[in-house]
Design a protein around this ligand. Structure first.
Ligand code: J2J
Length: 538
């Protein structure tokens, strides 16, 4: 196994194999098999481009040859930062086929994140689009490459300038090394609660199991059409059941460049989309947009909503407005995914975040001393199972806190379980902001703000936001009487922070409320700021 990863203990691994969870399949083999079974059927559609299963398998083989020629091989880490395009699939499957390890960066990441990932995992290559949403990734790559010596290859989809062009790397296929199903397939990103995102090693065996269960629960088959509107590198649209689940089932993936109803609704009509996945703020936009658009959305059978808490009020509107089933999805890149089931009663679908997808998922709700709580009581959710990691990549120190001695992952989510095993998310114990599904570590932003010469002390908290659910508020004690808020935002942008991490609001305070041990009491601070905002707005 890749150095820096924590394997499942042997008795658990044996058990998951014996029970048929881990079936010994790799992504390379999965695509080969689907190529044979589904041949000329369309696997992916993106604007005017279409690719069949067979063609995808063939192009992956050719690209794998190109990667090999560059000297990219087994266990080499490759940062993949591609938007919703067919090349995303060709690249990651080509890397899977040769046992190289994609690291799934998001298109919104900037220098701060990419530099960190490249350095931390000693990446050998970095795959980017030329430009996307007005941002030139070649400029970013140039800057990252200057400081990361091992980052040998920058591979560009589109106009590559001085770098390598992906389209030139498709070559005659070769014989590739045998990949084991218990090898690490890729590194996924965590939301991050202490500092920048941790890297999550996922094996072929465990991830393919999560696809198989997702496909079964969401009833995907070769007639399914999955519309991807969220960035597909994110674990939710990637795997729950997402684009990889769709390929697993032999269905068709439709890629949308933007989540806006003006792009997504015509695609639903044209492609007869059967299932798609959104985050709550987007669900609100879509719910409001239906009445003012006249597209035929009748093919849609399931609208998935997840990534952050969806209110029961909004959840109740989905069926009458879209005429389809709502499925709530509560998952995490570390593993555990919960779904409401398609035939669940309405009250379960609108009021809960679903139940674990596997009968082998173990769930504990515990108090602050790790004592197990009864059903109905709110506590921290701990979990372990056949597709929940046992440790982050190269993070021994953090792992000691993030996992219990017997291997349960501490999710940092506060939840309760009802008598039928469904979970209701009630809040968070981790110091993280969930900005409409995008997770931001408060500590990461605080560390950047501490670097500002005028900042004496700072606490970053979430504040309620009507649209996003939560917004980022930086509360600062400043050395100077006045600092321009825009100057602080610019300062963070110049440090290369992804835009979604820039605080929505900055508040100057004279002092922070403290806990009895003298730490900043963020709960009390949140209450003070929220009340202040309430007074301002009323
Ligand atoms: C409340 N909080 C939720 C929900 C995630 C499927 C779906 C989502 C993710 C994801 C994912 C929530 N209600 N419905 O990977 O496969 C918060 C929790 C959780 C954290 C994980 C998937 N759905 N959350 O969002 O790794 O706090 O994965 O621990 O980005 O999002 O975030 P992430």
């Amino acid at each position: 196994m890749l150095d820096g990863c924590t394997p499942w203990p042997e008795d658990f691994a044996k058990f998951y194999r014996k029970e048929g969870c881990w079936q010994g399949e790799t992504f390379g083999e999965m695509l080969r098999e689907r190529g044979k079974t589904f041949g000329n059927r369309i696997a992916i559609t993106c604007q005017n481009q279409h690719i069949s299963y067979q063609e995808l398998d063939r192009k992956v083989d050719q690209l794998a040859a190109g990667f090999c020629r560059l000297g990219i091989g087994k266990n080499d880490r490759v940062i993949v930062q591609l938007p919703n395009k067919i090349e995303f699939f060709e690249s990651i499957f080509a890397l899977f086929r040769i046992g190289a390890i994609p690291v799934f960066a998001l298109p919104s990441h900037r220098y701060n994140e990419i530099h960190y990932f490249s350095e931390f995992c000693n990446a050998k290559a970095y795959i980017i689009p030329d430009e996307y949403m007005g941002f030139d990734y070649r400029v970013l790559a140039r800057k990252v490459q200057q400081s990361i010596l091992n980052l040998k290859h920058i591979i560009v989809v589109g106009d590559s300038e001085e770098f390598l062009e992906l389209s030139n790397l498709y070559m005659d296929p070769m014989v590739y090394p045998k990949i084991q199903s218990d090898d690490i397939a890729f590194l996924q990103l965590s939301g991050g609660s202490t500092g920048i995102s941790k890297l999550i090693p996922r094996m072929h065996d465990d991830y393919i199991y999560s696809l198989r269960k997702s496909v079964e629960i969401c009833r995907l088959n070769s007639d399914s059409v999955y519309l991807a509107v969220l960035p597909i590198a994110h674990n939710y649209p990637l795997s729950s059941p997402g684009v990889l689940g769709t390929l697993y089932a032999g269905g068709k993936i439709v890629l949308s460049a933007s989540p806006s109803p003006d792009e997504a609704f015509p695609l639903i009509e044209k492609e007869r989309v059967t299932i798609t996945a959104v985050v709550p703020p987007l669900a609100h936009i879509w719910l409001d947009a239906v009445s003012t658009r006249s597209f035929d959305l009748s093919s849609l059978q399931v609208l998935q909503v997840g990534g952050s808490k969806f209110s029961s009020e909004a959840a109740r509107r989905v069926k009458p407005i879209f005429g389809c089933k709502l499925q709530q999805v509560f998952g995490m890149a570390e593993g555990l995914v919960n779904y409401t089931r398609l035939d669940d009663p309405e009250e379960i679908i609108v009021n809960t975040q679903g139940k674990p997808m596997s009968e082998y998922d173990e769930i504990l709700i515990v108090d602050e001393e790790d004592n197990e709580l009864k059903h109905g009581r709110v506590g921290e959710l701990l979990t372990r199972g056949p597709y929940t990691i046992r440790g982050y990549y190269k993070a021994d120190h953090h792992n000691a806190r993030a996992f219990t001695d017997d291997g349960f992952y501490r999710t940092g989510d506060l939840a309760k379980m009802n008598d039928s095993g469904y979970l209701i998310v009630e809040g968070r114990a981790k110091d993280q902001i969930n900005r409409g599904g995008e997770k931001i570590s408060a500590e990461e932003i605080e560390n950047h703000l501490f670097a500002h010469p005028s900042v004496l002390d700072v606490a970053v908290i979430s504040i309620p936001d009507k649209f996003l659910g939560e917004a980022i508020c930086a509360c600062m004690i400043s050395r100077k009487r006045s600092i321009e808020i825009t100057a602080i935002r610019d300062f963070l942008k110049e440090r290369g922070l992804a835009t979604y991490k820039i605080p929505d609001r900055i508040e100057f305070v004279n002092d922070f409320p403290k806990t009895p041990v003298g730490k900043i009491n963020k709960r009390a601070l949140r209450e003070i700021i929220t009340n202040q905002l309430y007074v301002e707005n009323s």
